[in-house]
Ligand binder design. Sequence first.
Ligand code: ADP
Ligand code: MG
Length: 436
Amino acid sequence: MSSDRIVGIDLGTTNSLVAFMQGENPVVIPGDDGSNLVPSVVALDEKNQRVIGNAARKYLTETPERAVYSIKRLMGRGVDDIREELKFFPFRLPEDLQAGEVLRITLGDKTFTPPEISALILRQLKRNAERFFGAQVTKAVITVPAYFNDAQRQATKDAGRIAGLEVLRLVNEPTAASLAYGLDKKKNGVVAVYDLGGGTFDISILKLHDGIFEVISTNGDTHLGGDDIDNLLITIALADTLGDLGLDLRNKDLRRNAEAVQAIRNAVIEAKIALSSQSSVKLDVELPGGKHYLREITREQFEQLIQPIIDRTIGPCKQALKDAGLKPEQIDEVVLVGGSTRIPKVRALVKELFQREPHTDLNPDEVVALGAAVQANILGGGSEATENMLLLDVTPLSLGIEVAGGVTDKIILRNSTIPASATQFYTTQVDGQANV
Ligand code: ADP
Ligand code: MG
């Protein structure tokens, strides 16, 4: 099998995926645990072996000082401009780290730069692809948020290089999602890409002219997503159980608290996911000590609870439209991205905002990786249909982006406004244990 097969990678804040073009269709390559999603979590085990993905998740609660998640938030950023993130996430910095130095974070007794951590995730995806193909994989297209600046894009390329991947191109996530739906074939039009993931919300308005995607505005909230829903449900469950269970979260029995919170966390996430396809769910959480927490949640109750959270996506959508100088009725296509857009109430909100039925045929948490695979195939000249296509993904910042076929990239973004103040958060920091 050809060893210069190019894969498409979605290096996400919460989950990462690798995909490739199988004939005419992009498909996601599963890991050896059968899962298409590789959680973007890296841990060091007792023997300092690196553990990545699903297997690393248990370390977040068992030995949180030896695990890291959401590393994408730190990519391409300096020691000085991550103070805000540190309020939300338990990233541990080395004590001797000085302002202006390259950012490193501590895992166990070692330190890593964010690209080194991301490289471990990329290497896992590379391994998954190599096992699938039975051949080496050395080339990739990787997606990045449309608002990523030069430094963040460069850090993503560095991560690829460290992982042993030649990054042929970085593609904007909303462009990739549009490609996955084949919207480039329409040649012209305006596409709104609504992306509600685990911890971030992005809205991007793309203009398609002659098959070229131009990001004309982006907006969002870097602390808004499925995590907020989980945290809200956990808060409610903890309020329900505390008295009953004799758990006192202010005491220092962190281990027991962490176990209780983790059991509740797993159960509410499962319930949340079930409520996307059924009208009610019964929670039954076995807590440390053997007691059970039982509660039924109907979809209606769930929707009421999460309304304030999902309503926080409205402002950024309106602003993105305004910045693009467009009215909702001027949007031709709406694409849903991110696992949290599986929630029917979110879909309904998007439909109302843009006054049109969004595309939902593809899995929203896979669509970016699928689009990256489409782009990889184009770059590899793999498909006759796309052979002559000069796909141009116009991005806010051109540095660090290589364009195939010698086409010049242009800077056309008119507005890129992820407000620094967009950091409202439903906090459930319980002795620093809940937010994992
Ligand atoms: P990211 O792009 O941030 O890496 P994803 O697009 O994979 O993340 O989205 C992850 C989020 O989607 C998580 O909060 C997860 O709980 C949520 N999610 C996944 N499936 C569902 C579902 N069926 N219903 C509701 N939320 C879901
Ligand atoms: Mg994503």
